[in-house]
Design a binder for this molecule. Structure first.
Ligand code: GDP
Length: 273
């Protein structure tokens, strides 16, 4: 953690604008608590990635909230190349006053230097690939795959540090830990699968009841009458797994991660609380 923080702080000195990448399903839980200390006064754009997996109304509510706090924020889906132009525009808007002043002094505009900062699995490598337009950065569905360092040119307007800053998420709060685990930000082995599945089922019952019912062939009465633990047992049976609810839990989590259980935002937007 201390090393990651030091490295990120060093990189920040090299750039004009920071792209702080979070997971749109958990925009707050996927932020690092020390990030504001590290960023200081450097212009930052908060980017809610994986918007395709999140509830679109909740994403909009989060964007409104951040903007009301004076924080520039955009939502993107780096995987499917959506929102990247909007992000680039936002970066140019941030730098506009600076370039205006430079121009007045007769200094020519230069490429804007950028870096991406975020917790593991937030989509840093994927976004780098999108920016560059070819497969230069390595990606993988595992925390901490990104390595090596150089500047990548993005057209005439931008230069991007090819190694993102990696910060670790906070998970002293067990609920935050569960959110990070179900979205794949921290290793599964850190938490019990059945705890995670129960947490997910609780959320899905309240927000995605239809999808849940259809996916696991449950009845209206199951959802209304069964406790969450009994619901997990019922789903285990429906899957033909008898009483192997660990295996069923794994499947439920896998289904959630692969978007078979609908779009879900696990951090409730502040304005909705
Ligand atoms: P990093 O550890 O922050 O560099 O994260 P990666 O770029 O390796 O991405 C982690 C996983 O999330 C990979 O499986 C990506 O394909 C996936 N991913 C990244 N961005 C998106 C997105 O916008 N939508 C979806 N559905 N998946 C994404």
């Amino acid at each position: 953690m201390a090393k990651a923080k030091r490295e990120a702080t060093e990189k920040i000195k090299l750039v004009d604008v920071i792209i702080e990448l979070v997971d749109a399903r958990i925009p707050e839980s996927s932020r690092n608590p020390v990030i504001s200390e590290i960023i200081g006064q450097k212009p930052t754009i908060l980017v809610l990635n994986k918007a395709d997996l999140a509830d679109s109304q909740a994403t909009q509510a989060w964007l409104n909230y951040y903007k009301s706090q004076g924080q520039r924020a955009v939502a993107i889906d780096a995987q499917h190349n959506k929102g990247i132009r909007g992000l680039q525009q936002e970066i140019q808007d941030v730098m506009q006053p600076y370039f205006q002043k430079q121009q007045e002094k007769g200094i020519k505009e230069r490429p804007i230097r950028l870096m991406i900062l975020g917790i593991p699995n937030s989509g840093k490598s994927t976004l780098i690939n999108r920016f560059v337009g070819k497969n230069q950065a390595q990606t993988g569905n595992k925390p901490g795959v990104t390595k090596a360092q150089r500047w990548l040119k993005i057209g005439k307007s931008f230069e991007l540090l090819d190694t993102p800053g990696i910060l670790w998420p906070k998970f002293e709060d067990p609920e935050v830990g569960k959110k990070l685990a179900v979205t794949g930000a921290i290793k599964d082995s850190l938490l019990h699968m059945d705890d995670l599945a129960l947490y997910l089922l609780e959320h899905l019952k309240a927000n995605e009841a239809e999808t849940l019912k259809n996916r696991y062939r449950l009845s209206e009465a199951d959802l209304e009458n069964l406790s969450t633990v009994d619901l997990l047992l019922k789903i285990t049976q429906q899957m033909g797994l008898r009483d192997d609810y660990d295996q069923a839990s794994e499947r439920i989590i896998h289904d959630f991660r692969s978007h078979r259980l609908g779009s879900a935002t696990l951090d409730t937007p502040y304005e909705a609380l």
